[in-house]
Write a protein that binds this ligand. Structure first.
Ligand code: ZN
Length: 172
């Protein structure tokens, strides 16, 4: 198929601005895609005082859900956010010791060592428009509402990836 160069409407360019195919740069790893279907979905009011990652993990473990995507909003009384040092292969943990809005939280569920494992990121906000964002390590719930969509399909396991030092989805 012939590629079509991008054009900005209203501007006349003597030469193509760029070729979209030139952005298809091959990565260093093999692209992994797993087809899945949509299973059960649920809405849950999470508990005041509970730890959010642990409580969502309990929900999926109790329902034998092995793969899912989820979203949550609400408020936390405190949280720990992680930032992954890509060169050093370790997380730096930033504690957020003030009550915050859980402005956005999204994540997924897959398996690590045969058990459900949550991966969640969050954007937190205080009353002075300060925001924090990162990998949600843990958070204490003030109030939170969860939407979770089960995604049945072949088992999706995480294994240690030596390139990144992270437990990534793998063919194993
Ligand atoms: Zn993360």
């Amino acid at each position: 198929m012939q590629s079509v160069p991008f054009q900005i409407p209203g501007k006349i360019s003597a030469e193509p601005l760029c070729d979209p195919c030139s952005y298809h740069i091959q990565g260093t790893d093999k692209l992994l895609i797993r087809d899945c279907s949509q299973g059960k979905s649920l809405l849950a009011r999470l508990d005041n005082g509970a730890e959010i990652i642990g409580q969502i993990t309990d929900i999926v473990r109790d329902r034998k859900i092995e793969a899912a995507t989820f979203y949550a909003i609400g408020a936390l009384t405190r949280a720990d956010l992680g930032y992954y040092d890509q060169a050093g292969h370790k997380y730096h943990i930033a504690p957020v010791e003030v009550p915050v809005e859980l402005a956005s939280c999204s994540g997924n569920v897959s398996l690590l060592d045969g058990r459900p494992f949550l991966h969640a990121h969050a954007v937190l906000a205080d009353g002075q428009s300060h925001t924090w964002a990162g990998h949600l390590v843990r958070g204490s719930i003030f109030a939170a509402e969860l939407y979770l969509q089960e995604l049945p399909g072949p088992r999706l396991n995480r294994t240690l990836d030596p390139v990144t030092g992270l437990n990534l989805w793998s063919e194993l």
